[in-house]
Ligand binder design. Structure first.
Ligand code: SF4
Ligand code: SF4
Length: 419
């Protein structure tokens, strides 16, 4: 429920709301899908607006009692009614969606310049700019009214404008799907980038956080990422540099610089009875349970809220990768201790070549999750995986997302380059 701003006393003595001149008034209240109960449904027309009923020379909302001016569903009245006299509408050229206040309401006429009204506007803008609210309204575009001269405009609603007016679907873009893999693979093969983000796998598994829209162009797929701050062209996306290693170094862990990694691996292999196995689809649920446990332990250890958000967003990425590992061309390995999955890792080959500083072939380690109560398990699974993929010269462990704990961990393996 929205905070009530118009005093009840004023509404009870006013005869503007809930009554309409025309039987088919376009501003009759609209119910959003989650607001419709069986009792309410009975009073709604096709577009989920109430069916107005005749009363004297006007028409009223079926929930309105004209004798006492009361709404029969007041505590559960629709968002549309809660919002009024504030209103969401298109601007005159239909280029923006704006929030304003309707001058027809006597409350707005008397208070439009008061600081508390401005504060209330800010409260509404904050709420309506949230992605969940904007997405809900975008899915019910009838909620957005046509331009009205007698509405005092307060602010553009940018998120809603992006979803409704700049919606990429209207410009021929479509959302990425597994069927698009070949198109993207062929395109990225031509680029031959060593950048771990330049591939279908990373675009696809992060699509819950940043939906990916694309369309064909004569230069290859034109890609837009939907972010909290709007649609961003994939080509102009700034990312953190990747950590690249010589695979042989990670497989052998030779010399003083890898002393601690070596001893962690030795500790693990000497102290635990384990199996290092190829991932199979029936291991999916156990891997996802392990992810949840691992993420909650990481959250306790590292208080950085940005890292917490990354961990939350990572669940869907891991889920999509694990569920679709075959189609995505991922190689997966797990470690079981006493029959229980205690670690998993997944990766895939990256196409790259002439246009980058490091030459040769490269494997990207995409995911690694471990139950850290087993000392040395993380170092062990990384070394075993590096040993196994011996046809690759380089390993790309992706970027650190600007996080100190990831930076320290990735640097501890002595990257060859920070691309
Ligand atoms: S027009 Fe304004 S004052 Fe009158 S009932 Fe509606 S919200 Fe209340
Ligand atoms: S639902 Fe209630 S507040 Fe909304 S128009 Fe009907 S009677 Fe008025």
């Amino acid at each position: 429920m929205l905070k009530q701003i118009v005093p009840n006393k004023l509404c009870l003595s006013c005869d503007i709301c809930c009554r309409f001149l025309d039987k088919n008034a376009p501003l009759a209240p609209l119910f959003l899908p989650h607001e419709i109960t069986p009792k309410i449904k009975h009073h709604l027309g096709k577009s989920c607006r109430v069916k107005l009923k005749p009363w004297q020379d006007m028409h009223t909302c079926p929930f309105f009692n004209a004798r006492n001016h009361r709404c029969a569903i007041y505590p559960k009245r629709p968002f549309d009614c809660q919002l009024y006299p504030f209103t969401i509408m298109f601007d005159e050229k239909r280029e923006n969606i704006i929030l304003g206040i309707d001058k027809k309401c006597p409350f707005s006429a008397n208070t439009q310049n008061e600081p508390f009204i401005k504060n209330y506007f800010h409260y509404l803008v904050d709420l309506l700019e949230k992605k969940e609210a904007a997405t809900l309204i975008a899915k019910n575009p009838l909620f957005i009214g046509n331009f009205q001269n007698d509405v005092i405009q307060f602010s553009h609603l940018d998120t809603l404008t992006k979803l409704i007016i700049n919606n990429p679907e209207k410009n021929g873009f479509k959302q990425i799907s597994l069927k698009d893999k070949d198109t993207f693979d062929n395109f990225f093969k031509k680029i031959q980038s060593a950048d771990s983000s330049q591939n279908f796998v990373n675009l696809y598994i992060w699509k819950e956080k940043n939906p990916v829209w694309w369309k064909e162009s004569n230069k290859g797929p034109e890609i837009l990422l939907e972010t909290d701050s709007g649609y961003i062209n994939f080509d102009s996306l700034k990312k953190f540099p990747d950590y690249v290693y010589l695979r042989e170094e990670l497989a052998k862990l030779k010399g003083n610089k890898y002393k601690h990694k070596r001893s962690s691996c030795n500790y693990f292999s000497k102290n635990y009875k384990f199996q290092y196995l190829t991932y199979k689809q029936n291991m999916k649920n156990d891997c996802l349970k392990l992810f949840s446990k691992w993420a909650s332990e990481r959250k306790k250890k590292f208080p950085d809220p940005y890292y917490h958000k990354l961990l939350e967003d990572s669940f869907s990425a891991h889920k999509l990768a694990i569920e679709n590992y075959k189609v995505l061309g991922l190689i997966g390995r797990v470690i079981k201790i006493r029959g229980k999955i205690c670690a998993y890792t997944f990766g895939f080959p990256l196409p790259f070549g002439e246009r980058v500083r490091v030459r040769g072939n490269m494997f990207c380690v995409l995911l690694e999750v471990c139950n850290l109560k087993y000392k040395g398990i993380s170092e062990f699974i990384f070394r075993e995986f590096s040993r196994e993929i011996n046809q690759y010269k380089y390993i790309n462990a992706m970027d650190d997302s600007g996080l100190e704990n990831l930076r320290i961990s990735k640097l501890s393996y002595h990257p060859l380059a920070h691309l």
